[in-house]
Ligand binder design. Structure first.
Ligand code: P6P
Length: 336
């Protein structure tokens, strides 16, 4: 890509061309990007910044919070609460929604995020990331409540993630394709490095935590067994496996070269539909993947069609190369 296009220029030009990035949304996305730069600085300091290890507390999920989980959450709250674009925020790290304080103007958008996904990788220097989703606050009533957040993923105004890896890369969609911006540390700006990202419809690479195999439902077991049978089995081709245990990193790889990511329901906790959260993991990633020509289901239904019942509800996730996701979904349908 010859001409350097900054995130701001990209958003302004997208607004000029397609008109679906109102000023408030553009400002919101720029503030989120700036917050991700701040998180990247803390992540990159690692042990030198005294930010590794556990914070000694648990989040709403009952998971041990890392120091960086809390730092990232605070950075996003402080960066976004004063701008006037938001009515409220929701985070994996907070039990309830965060309503913008009265001392600041309230805006028309709602921001949801997993401030630092992949926490188990923080202390071992493996890529992690911030995932975010933007909804419009429903009109017609004053104030804001958790019910305003409970919209299907198809209602998202924007979604994205920032991966803190060998590069710090922001990946974004506002509903007109997917673009990638790489952080230029010398200038401190996100520079457009890929526009119109497309996921190949076929793949030879699957991502799943194989240690859970004995707990999977039959359709998932069937799909993976066929992949493992390779060229000698019904698929007639060999497959490769990757599992980084950081959704942002696994999804980023799929956006770059295809693949299928699966965190399905399993029998370890049969009352849980899955491990991943619908509102601030599956929905934003599903929006991005679909905008890049891929697919995202819970094994039976399109992720973006699911009507949320609770802010922190979990969901089974199958996403990536369209033909593979369709196959897994078909196996679930055949099971009945
Ligand atoms: P497991 C990270 O904790 C996360 O929420 C996702 O980023 C990742 O895909 C998954 O959990 C990894 O789960 O059970 O393999 O450790």
């Amino acid at each position: 890509m010859s001409r350097r296009v900054s995130l701001t220029q990209y958003l302004v030009e997208q607004q000029r061309a397609h008109g679906h990035i109102p000023a408030q949304l553009r400002l919101l996305l720029e503030v989120v990007a700036r917050a991700c730069k701040g998180i990247a600085i803390s992540v990159n300091k690692g042990a030198l910044g005294g930010v590794l290890g556990s914070a000694g507390s648990e989040n709403v999920q009952g998971e041990v919070q890392k120091k960086l989980d809390i730092i990232a959450n605070e950075v996003l709250i402080e960066a976004n609460e004063w701008g006037g674009a938001l009515a409220a925020m929701a985070s994996e790290e907070m039990d309830s929604i965060y309503v913008v304080p009265n001392r600041y103007p309230q805006g028309e958008y709602l921001l949801l995020f997993d401030p630092l996904d992949g926490s188990s990788n923080i202390d071992v220097n493996v890529s992690i990331g911030t995932i975010f989703s933007v909804l419009k606050k429903p009109e017609g009533h004053a104030g804001v409540s958790v019910d305003d957040f409970l919209q299907p993923g198809s209602a998202q105004a924007a979604a994205g993630y920032c991966i803190y890896g060998p590069q710090t890369t922001l990946v974004l969609t506002v509903g007109d394709g997917v673009a990638m911006f790489t952080l230029d540390r010398e200038t401190g700006s996100f520079v457009l490095t890929q526009d119109d990202v497309r996921i190949p419809e076929d793949t030879k690479e699957f991502a799943i935590n194989m240690s859970n195999m004995r707990h999977w439902a039959p359709p998932v077991k069937r799909y993976i067994d066929e992949c493992l049978a390779g060229s000698t089995g019904p698929r007639g081709k060999d497959f490769n496996m990757r599992w980084i245990a950081s959704m942002v990193a696994d999804v980023h790889r799929i956006l770059c070269r295809g693949g299928v990511f699966m965190y399905p329901w399993d029998a370890r906790e049969p009352n849980k539909p899955g491990k991943l959260r619908l509102m601030y993991e599956a929905n934003p990633m599903g929006f991005i993947v679909e905008q890049a020509g891929g697919a995202a289901t819970n094994g039976r239904e399109r992720i973006l069609d699911l009507k949320p019942k609770q802010l922190h509800e979990r969901v089974s996730v199958i996403l990536g190369s369209k033909n593979e996701v369709d196959r897994v979904t078909a196996y679930h349908a055949e099971q009945g």
